[in-house]
Design a protein around this ligand. Sequence first.
Ligand code: CMX
Length: 424
Amino acid sequence: MGRLKDKLAQVLAGHRQELQNLLKSSGTKAVDQVTAEQIFSGARGIHSLLCDTSSVPPDKGLIIRGHPIAELTELFPEEIFYLLLTGEIPDKADVEEIRGEFSRRAAVPDYVWHVLDALPADSHPMCMLNTAILSMQRDSVFARKYEEGMPKDQYWEATLEDALNIIARMPAIAAWVYRKRFKKGPRLDGDASLDWAANYAHLLSVADMKGGFPSLMRLYMVLHCDHESGNVSAMTAATVNSALSDLYYSLSAGLNGLAGPLHGLANQECLTWLMETMKKYGGVPTVEQITRDAEETIAAKRVVPGYGHAVLRVTDPRFSAFVEFGKAHCADDPIFKSVLNVYEAVPKVLKKYPKIKNPWPNVDAASGALLAHYGLTEQRYYTVLFAVSRSLGICAQAILARGLGQPIIRPTSVTTSWLKKACS
Ligand code: CMX
């Protein structure tokens, strides 16, 4: 891991110095203000976290290290991981090094399979994935070295070791969660000649590897990799990580947040909503029919999944990237056609409700249709795919936080009477 480690050591040294200078010259300068409303509503919009892997301007969407996500869709996830960590697009030798590390570390300990065997057969796939990750905590390099008295300036290297081990094992674990949970046959062996995402596609074995499925997996793994650090999963992982809990603890904690229907589980909910609508109308629903159903959903005090966002105020560029993929690979697929009709109908409905701040689709609105096209029809599995990809960003953020020596996260809560007094 010489190339990546050397590069990171260099990047972190410069970054640490830059931050130290900034804090020394302007550390007490007020850079934001907080309203009572923000305190009640999930700290929405308060600038209070440091994250350099990516940013999400409301009018643009995901930007990774200065590159809009739409410009990165041809990259491999290995390249994205390097970019998230270092801020640079890797060269061929860097990619080969990472790919080699992922393949060298891919073997999953047998006890993980036994842990999965012990879970009830109808467990949610996200519960299975997160339990498997947590069960491997005993292998944490960070935890072992910390117990041995590792000095602080080596924390990031031990966290990098944990990250590489987890990411390397993730495709085999996640693929087995799918095959076991949905009774798809025996566990398959990985193929070391394939890149990380294609190997995941191979291990899932839902579609012919000669068709578009490996390309969809690459795109999927790139598009979901990171979304700055204020979202539920990233912020949870960062908080747990800040207590010097190792990555096995912090990643599984973050991914438990991803399993919520307002966050990553929305991709499962999306296809469910779409399929119900298609079933009701016996095929591709018209824009008028979807309009009616969306209005009914809101009247029933439910959310239309895949639409709206806490930060974004435009169509999510990740949704657009999936739509482009769909137009190129499965334009005539009825589920994909339905996604396009939903896109035409739902924003117009949501715009009628002033309280809904963003009527546009998010990343979850199109991905399920593409997965279903290739035969991955088990919606309950979809958040696992999101989780495998998001592990890249969560791990990168944890390594950088350790490398920058970020302290334990500890904001201060207030009581309602404090708030009343402050407002009076
Ligand atoms: N359908 C119906 N109502 C919606 C809505 C939608 N798609 N999006 C927002 N609203 C409602 C909210 O539920 C809220 O209602 P109440 O005031 O009654 O509680 C109101 O509009 C204001 O919400 P907001 O400020 O626009 O959005 P939030 O920041 O509170 O929530 C989000 C953002 C994503 C949770 C919300 O838009 C939502 O529930 N969308 C559907 C679920 C979804 O697609 N989630 C995936 C997001 C991407 C991800 O994180 O993975």
